[in-house]
Design a binder for this molecule. Sequence first.
Ligand code: SF4
Length: 257
Amino acid sequence: MPNVKGYITRKTMLYKTGVEYGDYTMNHVLGCAHGCKYPCYAFLQKKRFGSISSYEEWTEPYIVSNTLELLDKEIPRLKQKIKSVHLCFTTDPFMYGYDEIKDISLKAIRKLNDAGIKCTVLTKGLLPIELANFSKMNEYGITLISLNEEYRKKIEPGSAKYVNRLSHLHYLHDSGCKTWVSVEPYPTPNIITQNLDDILKSISFTDKIIFGRTNYSNEITSYTAHKSFYNHEAQKVINFCENQHILYHIKKGTITA
Ligand code: SF4
């Protein structure tokens, strides 16, 4: 089991996000050992603003040690305004192999739920099975952009295996929890040849699917057919979800004229 690199403190924890889906969010860890190479937008931003200097540093996470104290202070002030809290946009709440991060994330979710606040969760690690006993208003999600393990090792090197991610999500679904899958950032065929139908079939039990293109990558923009490819694949997702009665959301900029 890896240990976190260390601890930092912050002045605030809950904030309103401008991101397309999501209301409030919290990021109680700095860095992410999953080390995604899409590249990771959070890593690029932290590097740009100087809080991280290298990829290696990014993959050695620091826990915000005063997370629970901050929540105790902020929840009473904000709870009337908050519709939901998303964990997390700039790190991963269930970073693969990091029990200490898992523990603090579960405590944070418990605290938010106790105040009547719904949480949405997204991970490339394993969703803890304990979540089955948490509030049923929560929504639990995984990212799944492929089923090919060789590709995962290359692009999401520190993350959990796809098959294990799926089995934990399935367990929560079978326990009566709401589940969703983010198929984003979806790669173009010059990066990996795969069949989106196979991915969709593997997640047909979920309540919601989010599909989005890869941004910020030269490999994508150099693939001249990327617009028609994403239009075609997005339509596939829409047709699949409508047939299976699954909710869906196609991220902005994925379908273009
Ligand atoms: S899991 Fe998310 S936060 Fe972590 S490196 Fe990957 S994209 Fe970035």
